[in-house]
Design a protein around this ligand. Sequence first.
Ligand SMILES: Nc1ncnc2c1ncn2[C@@H]1O[C@H](COP(=O)(O)OP(=O)(O)OP(=O)(O)O)[C@@H](O)[C@H]1O
Ligand SMILES: [Mg+2]
Length: 324
Amino acid sequence: MIEFSRSQEHKAMFEGHFGFRETPFSVTPDPRFFFSHPLYLEGLAALVHGIESKTGFMLVTGEVGTGKTILLRKLMRHMDARVHFVFVSNSHLTSYGLTELMVQNLGLNNKEKTRLEMIQDLNSYLIHQLRTGRTVALLIDEAQKLSDEALEGLCDLSNLETDEEKLLQIVLVGQPELITKLNKSSLRRIKERIAIHHHLYSFQTTSEVDHYIRHRLQIVGYDGPEIFTKNGIEAIWHYSGGTPRLINILCDTALAMACVAARKKVSPYMLMRAAGGLLLEQGTEAAKIGALGSWITEDESSALDDQSKALGNKRYRNKIEPSA
Ligand SMILES: Nc1ncnc2c1ncn2[C@@H]1O[C@H](COP(=O)(O)OP(=O)(O)OP(=O)(O)O)[C@@H](O)[C@H]1O
Ligand SMILES: [Mg+2]
C-alpha cells in the first residue's frame, strides 16, 4: 500500500485534489471534528450531569479507538469556565506523582511537601473553590494503564468532601481492562463509588458510518460530489467494524490512493487495498479480504493496476490480490 507520511503531505495533496481545507480523517482526537451521534451525546450529557451534581467518581470505557479521548476533549470545551479541568494521560504516575501533578496544575505550592500535606492543601483549595461556585474535575485518560497503587491513591482524593457533596470530581477513562482491574478486591473501594458509567460502542450500522464520514468531510468544507459510494461505505464498515479510528485510517489511505490515481471517487477496490495494509499491520488474517471481492469489478481492478504501473509507484500495490 502507499506509504505516505500522513499530516502535511496529505494536507497539501488533499487540498489540491479534493479542495479540503484540511485533512478530514486525521487520527488526532480533535474536538472540532466531534460527531454528535447519540452514543457520544449521551456520554457527554452523563459526564456534564455528574460533574455539575458533584457525583464524585465517573467511568467511561470503550474498546481501542472508539472515541474516549475525543469525548474528554469535547467535555473540556463544552463546560463553562467555572469548571477547572486537570487532564492526566500519564500511565507512569505513582499516587504521589498524581497528587503532585494536581497540586501543581492548580497553582498550589508543592515544594518539599509530603503527600498528606499536599492533600490537606488541596482540601482547603477545593473548599474555597466550592464557596466561589467553582468545580475542579480530574480527568484520567488511559486509566487502565495506571498502577494499582496510583488507582488506590485516588480514593484519598475522592474522600475530600463536605457533608453534602464531593469536592473533587474524578473521571476515569480507559479500555475495558480497566473494569477487570477495578474488580480486584484492593480497588473495590473505587468501583463501589462509581456513580456513572458510560460505555462507548463502535458504530453498528453502515448508515452510522456514512453519517460519520459525511460529518468529517463537511468539517473540512467539502460540498462536492459524493466521494465514497454506497459499496465503499459498506466496505469501510466491514473492515473497520465501525471503529472510528479504523474508519479514519482506511479513509485517509484510500483518499491518498484516489489522489495518486487522479480520481475524484474512492472505489471499494482502493478501500480493499487500504484495508489489506491495515489488516496486515494488525496481524488479522488476510482471508477476510476475500469478502470484499463482490464489491469490486474486474475492470476497476485492472484499470487501477494499469494506473499504478503508469505511475511507476511500486508501493501502490499491496500484497493482497482481490478475489473477484
Ligand atoms: N465522536 C467522534 N467524533 C469524531 N471523531 C471521532 C469520534 N470518536 C472517535 N473519533 C475519531 O477516532 C479516532 C480515535 O479516537 P480517540 O483517540 O478518541 O479513541 P480512544 O477511544 O481514545 O482510543 P484509545 O483506546 O487508543 O485511547 C480519532 O481520530 C477521533 O478523531
Ligand atoms: Mg484515547
